[in-house]
Design a protein around this ligand. Structure first.
Ligand SMILES: *[C@@H]1O[C@H](CO)[C@@H](O)[C@H](O)[C@H]1NC(C)=O
Ligand SMILES: *[C@@H]1O[C@H](CO)[C@@H](O)[C@H](O)[C@H]1NC(C)=O
Ligand SMILES: *[C@@H]1O[C@H](CO)[C@@H](O)[C@H](O)[C@H]1NC(C)=O
Ligand SMILES: *[C@@H]1O[C@H](CO)[C@@H](O)[C@H](O)[C@H]1NC(C)=O
Ligand SMILES: *[C@@H]1O[C@H](CO)[C@@H](O)[C@H](O)[C@H]1NC(C)=O
Ligand SMILES: *[C@@H]1O[C@H](CO)[C@@H](O)[C@H](O)[C@H]1NC(C)=O
Ligand SMILES: *[C@@H]1O[C@H](CO)[C@@H](O)[C@H](O)[C@H]1NC(C)=O
Ligand SMILES: *[C@@H]1O[C@H](CO)[C@@H](O)[C@H](O)[C@H]1NC(C)=O
Length: 481
């Protein structure tokens, strides 16, 4: 009241006696009228500063909005309302600014503005986590209805009608663009779309081998790992299964093995990894094909008796397994085929079967022969026989060959003439390249095996030209124990 009294005194002093008189009881008594006091944006509003005082002349007015001074000074002011014009208005008379009118509120209503979507928690969204989308908007009156949509191919999909849309265990299929619409009775607001990118560790990890099908030793093979992951797989690791576990074989989405060897055969798998986890593929088989290796032949029995059953066995490492085994016996110059099959059996072996045998293993990629094994048939006592070549008369200076059969390991040759018994050689045959008279005599071929010693005998007599004698050739064969 004291302030008003002083104010009144001031008014009286400066504006004249009449003014002072009229306002003594009502003070300056300013009132703001806002008409209408509630508008929607774009409508026109009239602000008037009223007083019950009779003003002698038109004074300048001061306007305040929320206690901030405004630029216009007229008693009445018209504005086209915008949301920014909302507030509490008061006025005063220039020079009496300390005595403003009570404030009157102008309320401006408007359709939702700045409609936006926020996601909480912010940052990466992992599969199975919980996410809340919040729709916010600046609106007067406040938003009465919220509507959520998800963008889909043809038209948006209605999702929910509330301010906050929560997804409890978010799925990959929840990824996409979301937006909200708000309505407050004046109008609607639409937010810009917000993208939800649901991240997840690798899924559907798959290993593959290229080329598929047969892999030949020496060729190149590429292993490729594929996976679905968000963000994309950061690291692929390849493993090969070993007896107990596995061993790492390099990294990279694809891995090429050049000049592949049989040792590279096996089960391979890959592991795909991103920041959310890792997953392994099932194993893929790398089956390297190769022609037979390490072919070897073996004899089942160490001491072979004539008449017994003997089996030769061939073994070889091959992929695919050996398709055909062939058995050969070495002959003087080459070899002769004796049969097929992984094993070759003599049911009633005879001494003629003695010799060197080898096998050949074959698959679709090639063939490899073994080294030869010796089949040494032991036979019971048997008379050796001697043959002379050429047969017929022996001319001086001619070539003569004596051959002792059957083939055995050791031979001893003796010769008997008038002068005595002479050791004349070893080996299956005895050769004379230039036969002389003193080569004549009785020849013995002595053979020996575990069962004893045996002799074969023949007489070699040279034709005597000078005496024109009747030529005679005798052959005797004897067998002794
Ligand atoms: C929506 O979420 C916001 C932010 O968490 C919160 O302030 C608001 O109260 C929620 N609204 C409703 C209707 O639950
Ligand atoms: C392929 O590998 C084999 C044995 O592993 C080797 O002998 C050969 O030289 C290699 N070839 C090439 C072209 O590297
Ligand atoms: C060849 O085969 C034999 C008998 O199966 C085996 O002992 C040997 O280790 C093999 N050699 C190679 C080089 O594979
Ligand atoms: C084994 O072979 C010998 C000579 O070829 C023959 O005399 C004998 O009868 C045969 N034995 C069998 C059991 O076939
Ligand atoms: C053959 O002769 C050699 C050398 O004289 C001897 O070591 C070997 O035992 C003989 N073999 C047989 C079966 O008599
Ligand atoms: C003897 O001659 C035969 C047939 O010509 C030959 O096979 C053999 O090797 C020769 N033996 C010797 C010891 O010269
Ligand atoms: C008997 O044979 C030996 C050895 O070949 C020979 O040196 C000798 O001259 C022969 N004797 C006669 C009478 O031919
Ligand atoms: C074979 O003949 C030689 C020479 O006459 C003789 O020394 C040897 O004892 C004979 N062997 C047998 C088994 O008769």
């Amino acid at each position: 009241m004291k302030t008003l009294q002083q104010g009144t005194a001031m008014v009286c002093k400066t504006s004249g006696v009449i003014l002072a008189f009229l306002c003594v009881s009502g003070v300056v008594d300013l009132q703001v009228s806002v008409d209408p006091d509630t508008v929607t944006e774009g409508q026109s509003v009239t602000l008037t500063c009223r007083t019950t005082c009779t003003l002698s002349k038109t004074p300048a007015f001061i306007w305040y909005k929320n206690n901030q001074r405004l630029s216009f000074t007229s008693q009445q002011h018209q504005i086209t309302a915008s949301s920014g014009d909302a507030g509490r208005y008061s006025c005063a008379i220039q020079g009496y600014g300390i005595l403003p009118s009570p404030a009157v509120t102008l309320s401006v209503q408007y359709a939702p503005k700045h409609t936006s979507v926020t996601v909480s928690p912010s940052g990466e969204i992992e599969e199975d986590s919980s996410v809340t989308l919040t729709c916010s908007s600046d609106a007067n009156p406040p938003v009465q209805r919220y509507t959520w949509f998800k963008k889909t191919g043809a038209q948006p999909l209605w999702i929910a009608s509330r301010q906050n849309y929560s997804i409890n265990k978010i799925k990959i299929s929840d990824s996409g663009e979301y937006y909200c619409q708000t309505w407050n009775g004046i109008g609607t607001g639409t937010s810009p779309p917000k993208r939800l990118d649901v991240q997840y560790p690798p899924k559907h990890v798959k290993g593959s081998v290229s080329p598929s099908g047969e892999i030949e030793e020496g060729s190149s093979v590429t292993l490729t790992c594929s996976s679905d992951a968000n963000p994309p797989v950061q690291r692929y690791t390849w493993f090969k299964k070993t007896g107990s576990g596995s061993s790492e074989r390099g990294t990279g989405e694809s891995r090429t093995i050049t000049n592949i060897s049989s040792e590279d055969s096996g089960q391979y798998y890959c592991e795909a990894q991103n920041q959310h986890g890792a997953l392994s593929s099932t194993a893929v088989t790398v089956d390297v094909h190769y022609s037979p290796k390490n072919t070897s032949a073996s004899v089942g029995t160490s001491i072979i008796q004539e008449g017994s059953s003997v089996t030769l066995t061939c073994s070889s490492d091959a992929n695919p397994p050996v398709q055909r085994y062939t058995w050969f016996k070495k002959t003087g110059s080459g070899s002769s085929e004796r049969g097929t099959g992984e094993s070759y059996t003599f049911t009633n072996i005879s001494s003629e079967d003695s010799g060197q045998y080898y096998c050949e293993a074959q698959n679709q990629h090639g063939a490899l022969s073994s080294t030869a094994v010796t089949v040494d048939v032991h036979y019971p006592p048997k008379s050796p026989s001697l043959s002379v070549s050429p047969s017929g008369e022996i001319e001086e200076g001619s070539s003569v060959t004596l051959t002792c059969n059957p083939p055995v390991q050791n031979y001893t040759w003796f010769k008997k003439n008038e002068s005595g018994v002479w050791l004349t050689g070893s080996g299956q045959s005895l050769n004379f390249s230039n036969f002389r008279s003193w080569n004549s005599g009785l020849y013995y071929c002595e053979t020996e095996n575990t069962h004893g010693t045996h002799n074969a005998t023949t007489k070699l007599i040279m034709k005597d030209r000078r005496r024109e004698e009747h030529q005679e050739r005798e052959r005797e064969e004897q067998t002794h124990r």
